[in-house]
Design a protein around this ligand. Structure first.
Ligand SMILES: Cc1cc2nc3c(=O)[nH]c(=O)nc-3n(C[C@H](O)[C@H](O)[C@H](O)COP(=O)(O)O)c2cc1C
Length: 323
């Protein structure tokens, strides 16, 4: 089984990814949160830093691009291949209103014929990949796609699947929810079945894997599953992949060490305590559910309310011990 760490905007930046790789080896590929490539053919400093090879040592990174413009996507592929990344992912899943109303992310799924024209231009562009330096040619990256199954209704899925089946997409990652579901409700396994049976290329399952039982039930229904992508389950329990592979549970010492690694790296990346603690609190929103006892709830509150670095670190370390 290949285990991929899902992109999580606001959480899985390079500081988090490097700390995770060091503390919990076993992830095959880490995806960057989406890079909102736009018509100005430029990237934000944060996006450049996040995908810089020197910030991703030892990490197999798949940068993710959010766009509905084929020229911009082709430009992004070149940027990423110059950084040495061999696979680039297209985001067709982001449900947020600002992204959606611009026809990007899940918004791009509204118009399968436009999506078809986009892929046609992208794969034509890749076939004619410009290589001015013949001595050191830049190899075009493989293009993968991460998608939802539609916007309002699962009946949209077959037309989308038909588009994906027409192009040499290196891997299709399906999160079987509609845009209108955001991250709520149950994944739609009946519609996923359609992709499982009829998608012609490599397929990856993504959604709601938080325990060995969750993975077992996916494998019971879809036994040929060879790749899974995990987001919230891994953010909540950073040892989840080891546990899925039959390894031991997360210990307090490991969690404390991981927390401190993430904190130190985030602080180096973010500068101020305020920005760092803001990032850490987003992480605690998920990791908090590792601690269901009332005593832990009190400590979690202290973590979230901490106003100084000392208070924050004391509360966070005390909380880690409760696992
Ligand atoms: C806070 C948050 C940020 C996310 N950011 C991204 C993103 O940048 N790109 C993307 O493709 N998906 C993003 N996702 C979706 C996840 O990658 C994943 O598809 C989703 O959470 C379902 O998988 P899971 O149940 O394993 O978490 C985000 C989800 C959450 C909750």
């Amino acid at each position: 089984m290949i285990y991929d760490f899902a992109p999580m905007e606001g959480i899985t930046n390079y500081a988090y990814r490097e700390a995770h790789r060091e503390c919990f080896p076993g992830i095959d590929r880490y995806y960057s949160p989406f890079i909102a490539a736009n018509q100005t053919y430029s990237m934000k400093t944060r996006e450049k830093e996040d995908t810089a090879p020197e910030h991703n040592s030892g990490v197999v990174l798949v940068p993710q691009i959010l766009t509905n413009n084929a020229d911009v996507f082709l430009w992004s592929l070149r940027q990423m291949s110059q950084r040495g990344w061999t696979t680039v992912n297209l985001n067709l899943g982001c449900p947020s209103a600002t992204v959606f109303t611009h026809g990007k992310g899940a918004g791009f799924l509204a118009d399968p014929s436009r999506l078809d024209a986009f892929f046609e231009q992208v794969f034509e562009g890749l076939a004619a990949w410009p290589n001015s330096d013949t001595e050191n040619p830049v190899i075009p990256p493989a293009v993968t796609v991460k998608t939802r199954i539609g916007i309002e209704d699962a009946s949209e899925a077959p037309a989308l699947l038909a588009v994906f089946n027409r192009y040499p997409i290196a891997e299709l990652i399906v999160h079987p929810r509609l845009r209108k579901d955001f991250y709520k409700g149950e994944p739609d396994f009946d519609t996923y079945q359609l992709f499982y049976e009829e998608y012609r290329g490599p397929l990856t399952y993504n959604g709601d894997i938080c325990s060995p039982a969750d993975l077992r039930s996916i494998l019971a229904r879809f036994p040929d599953t060879a790749r899974v992508m995990i987001g919230r389950g891994l953010i909540t329990n950073p040892a989840l992949v080891r546990i899925l592979q039959g390894g031991p549970a997360l210990t307090a010492e490991e969690l404390m060490h991981f927390h401190d690694e993430v904190y130190t790296r985030q602080k180096a990346a973010m500068g101020s305590f305020q920005n760092t603690v803001g990032k850490m609190k987003e992480l605690w929103y998920y990791m908090g559910s590792l601690f269901p006892s009332p005593d832990s709830a009190r400590l979690l509150k202290a973590v979230k309310k901490a106003r100084t670095e000392t208070a924050y670190l004391e509360a966070a370390r005390e909380l880690c011990k409760q696992i």
